[in-house]
Design a protein around this ligand. Sequence first.
Ligand code: ZN
Length: 416
Amino acid sequence: MTDIQRNLSVNKSRLWNMHLEMAKIGPGVAGGNNRQALTDDDRMGRDLFKTWCEAADMTVSIDTMGNMFARRAGTNQTLPPVLAGSHLDTQPTGGRFDGVFGVLAALEAVQTMNDLGIKTERPIEIVNWTNEEGSRFGPPMMGSAVFAGALSEAEAKATKDQDGFTMGEALKEIDYVGKEPTQSRPVHAFIECHIEQGPFLEREDKAIGVVTGVQAMRWYKARVLGEARHAGTTPPSSRKDALTAAAKLVLKIDAIMQHRGDAGRCTVGIFQAFPGSPNVCPDRVEFTVDMRNPTSEELNKMDREFRRAAEDLYIDTGCGVEIEEIWFSEPVHFDQTCIDAIRRGANEHGHPWRDIMSGAGHDAVNMARIAPSAMIFIPCKDGISHNEAEYSSPEAIAAGADVLLSTLLDLAGPTT
Ligand SMILES: [Zn+2]
C-alpha cells in the first residue's frame, strides 16, 4: 500500500445527503424518524439502500431473517469478506443517525473506493441488520443474534407485537424474507460505526471513539414488602410503609453509582406501588434495576452493595426485600487487531481519539461471538439519542467514515 492511499477521505456532502434522503422515509413528529423494524417505512428504507448499493456495483443478497448483505467483490473471491454496517430501523421517536450512520458510512467508504478505482483483496460486505431496536418485536439486535447463533430463528420469528402479529408474518408482509439461510458463515472481521449516544467524545473534543468493548450488565426485579394500613389512623411508630422504604433503597442504589464517578450505572426505570389507593400505606412496591459496569468484578461488587443495602433496609424499616436477577450479560472485549486498525486510521487522518467502552448494546456484541469485531464511535450533540433531537454534524460523520475507510482497506488488503 502506498502512503497516498493511507489517508483517503470520503465525500462529505454525498454522505450527508444520503442521511437526509434516508431521513425522509418514516419521518418523526419533531425532526427525527419513526422507521420501526418491519413496517412499510422500514421496507422503503431497505429499498432505497438496495438501490444505492446496486448503483455502486454491489450485489445485494438477503437472508431468511431479512438481514441485507451488499457485496463488493474482492480480487480473491475465496477469502471471507470484511463486513461493515449497522441498522436502518429506528425507535418510535428515534433520530436520523442511530444505526443509519453505520450503514451509510460503509456505503460511502465503498463508493469512495469505486471513485478512486481501489480494489481490495477480500470482498467487502455492507450489512443492514434486521430489527436492532427491538421496539416492536423483542429482543433487540435480533437479526445479528440469529446470524451469530445467539438466538434461534424460530424463536425470533415467533415473537409477537402488541397486536399479536408475529415477527415472521411482519417480515413476509414487507417482502424481505430472503433465500440465504441465516447462519454464521466465515467473516474475516466486522466493523460497526455508530454515534456514541453518550456525552464523553463531545465533552473531550474527540472526533473518534475507539470502542474497546461493551460493559457488563445485570437486570433485577426488586419487591419491597410492608403492611397495608389506614393512612389516617396509623401513627409513624406502627407503620411499615413499603413505599418510603423502597424510596430509601432507590437512593442507596443511586449512591452505588454516584460514588463510582463515571464508571458505573444504576437505573430504576419502573416503580410501582400497591394496592394503589390514596389513603392506604402501600404494602408492596415493585421496581426494576439496571446495573452496568465495564468489568464483571466491579459489577459483582455493585451487586453485593445492592443486596447489603436491601438487608439494612429491613433493620431500618421492618420492610423485607426480595431481589430477583432477571438478566446478566458478560462484558464484551473487542478484537485487538480491529482496534489497532481503527486507531491507525484515526492517526492517519489526524482525528483526535480516545478508547471508550460502549454503554449500550449493539449488533457488534453478537458479531464478536463469531468474528473479530470492533466499533467506531463519533460524537453526537449533548449525548442525546433515542430522541428525535439526536444530531451529529456532517464533519463528525465524515470523520467517522474516513476512519472506517482506512480500517476497511487495512483489513481487506487493497491491491491497487
Ligand atoms: Zn443503534
